[in-house]
Design a protein around this ligand. Structure first.
Ligand code: IFM
Length: 762
């Protein structure tokens, strides 16, 4: 089984792509897949989750910590770096099973000799503050070697600098870099302990890098270790003390013991997340890699952070959390590690006040969640989010003001978690307030059309950001309707099961608008429906009046490869070309409310009109293709999604804005397409429904799923579903295949459920 991502030579052109592709992380910090000698020019970054900073009037973004793993090797005074010397041999590898990064580079040195430098590193899953690295050199000839290693305090920032008062000191053989963030004055400490059993060390007072020199003997291997801890004032009152303690403890344990603890935790993670695709190695690898990308950014411990749109791969998109988390990443975590979802949803609860401030700022009630959310929940999205490539001027965009569906997405996520896990405590821990406040926001945002006698949602931007400020976007209206329904259901559930909490939680809303108003709105709320003849749902009012141009024709009108298709003058705005799945996304989200015919008609209508200008888009077409029994229509979309961070083939610029980095929403989308789409898994909180729609060459999909505390194994093939339960299985789940009768099974049983042949359209 292949768990290795590998580069067999060094290509300067791929430094940025590989920085994303070879990422390590543990939810607390991300470490880009750069090489030991690299600096900020090559976008080295140790990106911290949840610590943001604003420099002057630039965009607020996450803080990158100084890089405690900086290491350069010199041979006879010559720097050995892939950037300057062409290596004789070079490999860069990421083992996604253990989350460990390895590089090995052989350099030609004087008189026909060769020196090989290797480095292994991991971002500990066991101690989230710890980076651990092991290095070696071996020369074929005697030579004078120097190693420069320490902390690189010259940090890469997009909108920095963010760290001030940089101070470096040496205490008990630990090098400590301390600084404070500019805006909130949060201390950031990096402590580094390098352990060498050879060489003479030179460290100048106050310097962040030391030099170890020695005479290397031919054929001998010299090995050394580094233990680096990162702490901020958000983690501890005395971050310096904690960081120093951490590296001393790490050194005492040693590299192998630290790696073992890390590896065991990764084994455990894969035991409840890995998905096996029989019959398609390429898909298998890409899906596994997508899962890896999600695991390295999962907040397993903190409920104060969520997952940014570019994960922890840097400061792109201001390190902000978008709807991507709820709509694209949440399903993977729900099925594999629901505790993570609780943390993600608690983050929304903790940022409710920011959402309330945003609603009030625009003159609405309740909670209007940030389109780009950071630590406080205030919106980091600016009114001018893109620059016009032609004029260089900022363009007015309406992501912040008009993508009101974000509040519905948050509610959707909370309710999904509660329904899926049965953990109703989330509602009494703030979830109910979020839900009700979002419903109040929509109530105040809605417009009552007295002629048509219905509530409508006007002046919004749906998922398709190329068409801003439209009326009655089908996706948005469907989410608003769901929010109102969930608000009423939440109230009924709490009143029936937790009456005391209910009266306490609902008291602040007693003067309304509350349940009565939600009900009134719901009773006459408009959601665009399929046209009786074509079955197509119009994306928004008057969408069908736009120029119905082919995508190739639209692209032929492009003048600059980075020009933005949306905004005031964007090429797509006056046409039917959409940026990303919109109606089709709605059909996937509410798949039980629409017939196969409606889904098919809309897939066929919108698919040629979708530009997939967002990495969130293709997976949705894969999901709906599987749903309508045409998995092979969806397969290329699945592959495109699952390989986005392996190939690096994604939009890197919008206007002149760099948007590169990893794509967690696509990673989550790949999982959704494979498991919820092709394998057809659908747990509704009561019954586990399985209705597979496997691509032609897939024999089966096998995976563990964690449902209501039980982890079961599923093997889903074209003619049979097998459920394997553990010895301690509770026996509570019911399984139904292809809509048939529900079956239960007991602990330790292999339940085999036959499938009838399904007619696929290939
Ligand atoms: O949330 C998305 C949005 O839908 C499209 N532009 C990029 C954002 C972050 O991924």
């Amino acid at each position: 089984m292949n768990w290795i991502v590998k580069e067999s030579c060094f290509d300067k052109q791929l430094v940025t792509t590989n920085g994303n592709k070879y990422m390590l992380g543990n939810g607390y910090m991300g470490y880009r897949g750069t090489l030991e000698e690299f600096s900020k020019t090559e976008l080295v970054a140790v990106t911290l989750a949840g610590l943001y900073d604003k420099e002057g009037d630039k965009w607020r973004e996450p803080v990158n910590a100084p890089n405690g793993l900086l290491t350069k090797v010199f041979c006879n005074d010559q720097l050995l770096s892939v950037l300057d010397c062409e290596p004789v041999a070079h490999t860069q590898e990421l083992n996604i099973r253990n989350a460990i990064h390895h590089r090995s580079t052989e350099y030609a040195v004087s008189d026909g000799g060769a020196l090989t430098f290797t480095a292994d590193r991991f971002v500990s899953q066991d101690n989230l503050h710890l980076l651990v690295s092991k290095y070696s050199i071996r020369s074929t000839q005697d030579c004078r070697v120097a190693i420069e290693t320490g902390i690189d305090v010259d940090v890469w920032d997009i909108n920095g600098p963010h760290l001030y008062g940089q101070k470096v000191q040496l205490k008990d053989e630990v090098l400590i870099s301390s600084s404070v963030s500019g805006e909130l004055k949060i201390p950031v400490v990096v402590a580094e302990r390098a352990y060498f059993s050879f060489g003479e060390e030179l460290l100048e007072d106050g310097a962040a890098v030391r030099r170890i020199s020695f005479d290397a003997r031919a054929g001998e291997t010299y090995e050394w270790f580094k233990y680096v801890a990162v702490y901020t004032g958000l983690d501890a009152d005395q971050p310096e003390t904690e960081a120093v303690k951490s590296v001393h403890a790490a050194e005492a344990l040693g590299y192998e013991a630290l790696f073992k603890a890390h590896r065991l935790l990764w084994d455990e993670r894969w035991s409840h997340s890995d998905v096996i695709i029989e019959g398609d190695e390429a898909a298998q690898f890409a899906l596994r890699y997508s899962i890896y990308q999600l695991l390295i950014i999962a907040p397993t411990v903190s409920e104060k952070v969520s997952i940014p749109a570019r994960g922890l791969s840097g400061q792109v998109y201001k390190g902000a959390v978008f709807w991507d988390t709820e709509m694209f990443m949440l399903p993977f975590f729900l099925h594999s590690d629901p505790k993570v979802v609780r943390n993600l949803m608690m983050y929304r609860i903790h940022t409710l006040d920011g959402a309330r401030r945003k609603a009030a700022e625009y003159g609405f009630l309740g909670a209007f969640y940030a389109w780009e959310s950071q630590d406080t929940g205030d919106d980091a999205c600016t009114l001018f989010n893109v620059n016009d490539v032609f004029t260089g001027r900022p363009m007015r965009t309406y992501f912040r003001d008009k993508q009101v569906h974000i509040s519905g997405d948050v509610v959707h996520g909370i309710w999904k978690y509660v329904q899926f896990t049965g953990d109703e405590s989330l509602l009494t821990s703030g979830g109910a307030e979020v839900i009700w406040e979002c419903a109040r926001f929509f109530y105040s945002y809605a417009y009552y059309n007295s002629v048509k006698q219905r509530f409508e949602i006007l002046d919004v931007t749906g998922p398709d950001e190329y068409h801003e400020r439209v009326n009655n976007n089908a996706f948005t209206n469907a989410l608003v309707k769901e929010t109102l329904e969930i608000a009423l259901r939440t109230a009924a559930l709490l009143e029936a099961k937790y009456p005391e909490e209910y009266s306490q939680l609902s008291a602040p809303f007693s003067s309304g608008p509350f349940l009565k108003e939600f009900k009134t709105m719901l009773d006459s709320f408009y959601v665009p429906q399929p046209d009786p003849a074509s079955l197509v749902i119009e994306q928004f009012d008057r969408y069908h009046t736009l120029e119905d141009v082919e995508l190739t024709e639209l692209k032929s009108r492009v003048l600059n490869k980075n020009e933005y298709f949306g905004g005031g003058n964007g090429l797509a705005t006056t046409t039917t070309i959409l940026k990303q799945a919109d109606v089709v996304l709605m059909l996937n989200l509410f798949k039980h409310s629409f017939s196969k015919e409606v889904k098919q008609a809309n897939w066929e209508f919108y698919e040629p009109r979708t530009e997939h200008g967002s990495s969130l888009s293709p997976c949705i077409y894969a999901l709906v293709a599987a749903d309508i029994g045409s998995p092979d229509w969806g397969y290329p979309y699945f592959m495109r999604t699952a390989t986005v961070d392996l190939t690096g083939e994604s939009k890197q610029y919008v206007g002149d804005l760099y948007i590169g980095g990893t794509h967690p929403a696509a990673n989550g989308g790949a999982w959704m397409a494979a498991v919820l789409g092709f394998a057809g898994l659908d747990y509704d909180g009561g019954v586990v429904h399985i209705n597979p729609s496997l691509p032609k060459h897939w024999q089966s999909v096998q995976l563990p799923v964690t449902l209501r505390g039980d982890t079961i194994q599923l093997r889903i093939s074209k003619d049979e579903v097998t459920v394997i339960t553990a010895a301690d299985y509770s026996g509570d789940l019911v399984f139904s295949v292809q809509g048939g009768e529900g079956k239960s099974c007991s602990a330790g049983e292999n339940l085999r459920l036959a499938l009838s042949k399904r007619e696929y359209k290939y």
